[in-house]
Write a protein that binds this ligand. Structure first.
Ligand code: ADP
Ligand code: MG
Length: 481
């Protein structure tokens, strides 16, 4: 039938436009590391902001005591507490409370938002008397604050908000130090706590990764949005010459969601999605990769097929609605293992209002999900290898200097390297995770791949902030001397 052929052409075009052959991925790897260089060379030198975090040491396991954290900027707001034993991987106890941020607070006043946060923390600590949690330190309690919005930091305990994202918009905070708002709200609540570290979610994830495994050099978030950070040598941060660091290096927050390169395989769906978004020309990498956008790309493909044929029946009002198809529904369809694809049929009906499609059309939907997810996962993999290349852990520097056969070059070449990965898309979407892991191995090649390990963390964005609060706390011993 002609109509079916037209639909297959749309699919074929999509597959070609989303092509991520390993040669193309290697171009993306190179582009990522080049852009990282440019972003470190000068302010505004790249779409990658490469923000300084002032985190110049990562938790190593020696941290001891009770620490707190707040995590703002994900789907859920979290209040956390960890009890650290003083040796590696010895979190004696951890408690996490998750709360959605009431939507009206996202656009209300700074007082209302920060009062809600401080009140949640107060409530959390007030319960401690009932739960037998003893705070052994005599000084005020130490707090890590995960604030996952782009900010310009001048120290590990201060950061100026550059702009709100993810639906938040409270004008007076922009251009000001977010820690000041939190401090004032805590004092309104009568809370005596000291903010010891202000970080974004990827930095928290790196901190937890490093606490558990000292070979962890980078962290990647792949959830609703996507971002990455890594540990960089101070002398490579050219835009801030003479940066004083205790370790000779610092964590750099890449804000990689904004990465762009002409090598990225872009389709007409991406172009339209971007043009109709509230932030056109922004977050181009994120719009191809993260959980917020994947379902929307799939919806646009199905809509296009529907406008060229009637294999999905008449175009339903739901199918015309942006962002109605979400990543969890997409993974359920993609991973549907029932012979008749009943999950696909159910979601098409419940979410998109498309009823009674024959099996071969259901298979077509699975195919679309596969193409979109495969591209996303493989591009994220190329981004990760791009970071490894920048820090000489992708084998290329080892290869270049292998003629010298120096002991350091060969050991650097085959050095165990861990990347901490967090976020609902990676941890809950098996196909995405497998495509990503496979692509990392494919790009690195079989000799090097066994040395690069991706490790999933959970609640790392928050737990890691508590660990950093410990690492940066003004502990009694150091205060007294
Ligand atoms: P956030 O990124 O908001 O901090 P998470 O890391 O928990 O929160 O990621 C949540 C995101 O992960 C969701 O918005 C969704 O895009 C994606 N996600 C969650 N569960 C699934 C799933 N089962 N399949 C695919 N994607 C999922
Ligand atoms: Mg998160």
């Amino acid at each position: 039938r002609r109509k079916w052929r037209r639909v297959m052409n749309v699919l074929k075009e999509l597959e070609e436009a989303c092509g991520t052959h390993v040669t193309r991925l290697k171009q993306v790897v190179d582009a990522m590391s080049v852009e990282m260089h440019a972003g470190l060379a000068s302010e505004g030198g790249s779409k990658l902001k490469m923000l300084l975090t002032f985190v110049d040491k990562l938790p190593n396991g020696s941290e001891k005591g009770l620490y707190y954290a707040l995590d703002l900027g994900g789907t859920n707001f979290r209040v956390l507490r960890v009890q650290l034993g003083g040796t590696r991987s010895s979190i004696v106890r951890q408690d996490v409370e998750r709360k959605p941020i009431p939507e009206h607070l996202m656009t209300s006043t700074s007082e209302e938002l920060f009062d809600f946060i401080a009140a949640s923390l107060k409530e959390f600590t007030d319960q401690e008397n009932d739960e037998n949690i003893s705070d052994t330190s005599a000084s005020g309690r130490e707090l890590g604050f995960t604030f996952s919005f782009p900010m310009k930091q001048t120290s590990v305990t201060s950061g100026i908000l550059m702009k709100w994202t993810k639906g938040f918009s409270i004008h007076d905070v922009v251009g000001n130090d977010v820690c000041e708002y939190l401090r004032r709200a805590m004092s309104r609540q009568g809370l005596d706590m000291h903010i010891a570290a202000l970080v974004n979610d990827s930095v928290g994830t790196l901190a937890l990764g490093h606490y558990n495994d000292e070979d962890t050099v980078a962290a990647v978030i792949i959830g609703t949005g996507t971002n990455a950070c890594y540990f960089e040598r101070a002398d490579a941060i050219i835009k801030s010459q003479g940066l004083p660091t205790s370790s000779g290096g610092m964590v750099v927050n890449m804000e990689w969601g904004n990465f762009w390169s002409s090598h990225l395989p872009r389709t007409s769906y991406d172009i339209e999605l971007d043009a109709e978004s509230p932030n056109p020309n922004d977050q181009g990498f994120e719009k191809m990769i993260s959980g917020m956008y994947l379902g929307e790309i799939v919806r646009r493909v199905i809509l296009r097929m529907s406008s060229e044929s009637d294999v999905f029946g008449p175009i339903t009002p739901s199918l015309s609605k942006a962002f109605i198809l979400r990543a969890p529904s997409m993974s359920t369809m993609h991973e549907d293992e029932s012979p008749d694809l009943i999950e696909v049929a159910r979601i098409l009906e419940e979410v998109l209002g498309i009823c009674d499609v024959p099996l071969k059309v259901r298979k077509l939907v699975v195919n679309i999900c596969d193409v979109v997810t495969c591209r996303a996962a493989r591009l994220a993999a190329a981004g990760i290898v791009g970071i490894l290349k920048k820090i000489g852990r992708d084998g290329s520097s080892g290869v270049a200097s292998s003629r010298a056969k120096g002991p350091s070059s060969s050991s650097n070449r085959l050095r165990r390297t861990v990347v901490a990965v967090e976020g609902g898309l990676y941890s809950n979407y098996r196909m995405f995770r497998e495509y990503l892991n496979d692509a990392v191995a494919e790009i690195l090649g079989e000799e090097l791949a066994p040395y690069v390990i991706l490790k999933v963390t959970e609640d790392g964005s928050g737990i890691g902030a508590a660990l950093l609060a410990a690492a940066y706390s003004s502990s009694p011993e150091t205060v007294d001397t």
